[in-house]
Design a protein around this ligand. Sequence first.
Ligand code: SAM
Ligand code: SF4
Length: 352
Amino acid sequence: MDGVVRTDGAPVTVRPQPAVDPFGRTITYLRVSVTDRCDFRCVYCMAEDMTFLPKRDLLTLEELDRVCSTFVALGVRKLRLTGGEPLVRRNVMSLVRSLSRHLKSGALKELTLTTNGSQLAKHAAELAECGVRRINVSLDTLDPARFTELTRWGKLDQVLDGIAAAKAAGIHVKINAVALKGVNDAEFDDLIRWCGTHGHDLCLIEVMPMGDIDGEGGARTRADQYLPLSLARADLARRWTLEDTDYRTGGPARYVNVREAGIRLGFITPLTHNFCESCNRVRLTCTGQLFMCLGQEDAADLRAPMRASADDAPLVDAIREAITRKPKGHDFVIDRRRSGPAVPRHMSVTGG
Ligand code: SAM
Ligand code: SF4
């Protein structure tokens, strides 16, 4: 593909066929976890005493740029930075800035990120300058005490300031909330109203069984908190007019318009609805492991082929080989009898 250059100005030379998996799905979307670290410890995501990867195992920002640029040359059109918390990675804005050259060249359609919002006030203006037009901010509750309970270390005001700064910078914010039975399910009406007032879309997410969150108790806690969104939707439909829409972002969310609030409301339902048939994405960890599916353990190492040669050919071969292993679908099940999570990896490793 012409036009995709590395940070050193050299062109990425790739045979022009796009990456297509054995089920005919073209890979156009890469999500990159730039760090597994985070300044929060959300109860459904992490244990309080998490062990993080040694910093020496991480890809450098230059290496992250190189892998991302190679994917862009292979046909990826949408790049999402995530984590852990992407905005706590030191100098992450230099990566955003260098990747933005692919927006300018037209090779990339969208550069975006998923963030907890804690550092957003600092970076919103620069993100907008780099061409970031939309971001996802995770916000499960508008109640300050519940927010701190859920995130363990987070402060609601800081996140709300970050969201306001993003909006002021002209970035469209979609709010992501994990639906937790008995925790925030009585608050969905407030979240819908608040999003309506501030002009944000909202997405509810079913809790997924990923990573130990509290030793033995983790699986039980998740099973207790698991709220099928089919129930939440039926309940919301008693008070709101939910109009079906075929609006899609290319992701797993199914959207309705909430007429009274004037917002789109999305439902991400990995456990009640299988969204794999249209999956166009792969996920890179901060150590260069490529996961072809969020819900499976199979991964391909891209760090070794990248470090083995200054030439991109071994890296490209490793990516193409990995894509041939993309499975048909995930294996999520939340099971009360199971003593551990269905997928032992934490969400923060592959970034949701
Ligand atoms: N730190 C950033 C944030 O919170 O937005 C980005 C990474 S976080 C892992 C990405 C998304 O995954 C967040 O919206 C979070 O709520 C969600 N998440 C984390 N653990 C989850 C789980 N076990 N089930 C469902 N969603 C989860
Ligand atoms: Fe951090 Fe995001 Fe996980 Fe919360 S969900 S602990 S903010 S990575």
